[in-house]
Design a protein around this ligand. Structure first.
Ligand code: ATP
Ligand code: ATP
Length: 145
């Protein structure tokens, strides 16, 4: 019965747009290029607990440049108080909210990223609608409904 449920869920992924399972942008923990990684900000990052933090422009919070990978901070000294722009940001792939969950799963499986930005203007300026991670898709497959 569980097997049947999972197979049914896999088939459903083809027809389900990522917009249905994304985390909406207003709920996403982000930083700007100009934010200073001092103790206060790093404590905030640790408090939120996410591994990937999308980074936007200070003047336009719907315009994203990449993501800060929190594990980079293992060797970082908060006394240096550097702005986010001094870090090597990870690539933040962008796609349309109409992308199917199956397509995004295949993309994640290719191993380039485990988080993507959903945008009404993918590859262009602005238009951020939310983020989706591998976890969100897996949740659709095997999560409690
Ligand atoms: P990992 O498990 O690899 O450490 P994580 O715990 O940071 O990563 P995921 O497990 O990929 O995050 O995702 C868990 C949930 O959190 C998903 O619903 C995802 O959309 C959401 N999420 C991921 N990053 C953020 C973020 N920066 N702000 C808000 N929500 C996020
Ligand atoms: P993330 O992608 O969330 O940063 P990660 O890259 O550390 O996590 P996973 O993507 O979960 O690790 O796993 C990738 C592969 O590395 C898996 O085959 C897993 O078993 C293996 N792996 C994970 N942690 C370790 C570790 N500490 N030592 C050796 N292999 C590991």
């Amino acid at each position: 019965e569980d097997e049947v449920h999972i197979i049914g869920s896999v088939l459903d992924l083809r027809d389900k747009p990522v917009s249905k399972v994304m985390t909406p942008i207003q709920d996403v923990f982000t930083l700007t290029m100009d934010d200073i990684l001092d103790k206060e900000t790093v404590d905030k990052i640790l408090f939120h607990g996410y591994s990937r933090i999308p980074i936007c422009a200070p003047e336009d919070q719907s315009n994203f440049f990449g993501m800060l990978l929190v594990k980079q901070l293992i060797t970082y000294d908060v006394e240096d108080a550097l702005p986010v722009r001094c870090f090597n940001l990870g690539i933040l792939p962008e796609t349309s909210p109409d992308t199917s969950c199956l397509d995004i799963l295949n993309f994640f499986q290719e191993g380039k990223s485990h988080l993507a930005l959903l945008s009404s203007n993918p590859g262009g300026v602005g238009g951020a609608l939310g983020v989706i991670t591998l976890e969100d898709v897996i949740e659709e497959l095997i999560g409690e409904e």
